[in-house]
Design a protein around this ligand. Structure first.
Ligand code: ZN
Length: 80
């Protein structure tokens, strides 16, 4: 994924495009990368009960739990 984010602007600069056009390309690509990464991390769930590792009760946190808050399964194995 980083190769796509940085490779496209570099390829465009090789064609002599202005920095403004490159910026218009880099920002959407960066946002798409963050969104895909964020959605991917939300897809990580407890292998035993399917609970999202990023949910603590009613709040969402940006780091995964070491132990499932619902069933108590050790989650450090599935994060490696
Ligand atoms: Zn669980």
């Amino acid at each position: 994924m980083p190769a796509i984010v940085w490779g496209v602007p570099l390829a465009l600069s090789a064609f002599g495009l202005s920095p403004k056009i490159m910026f218009a390309v880099i920002v959407p690509l960066g946002l798409a990368w963050v969104l895909i990464g964020g959605l991917g991390s939300l897809m990580i769930a407890c292998p035993r009960c399917g609970k999202s590792l990023f949910m603590r009760g009613f709040i969402s946190v940006p780091w995964p739990a070491k132990r499932c808050s619902r069933c108590g399964a050790d989650l450090t194995d599935c994060l490696r």
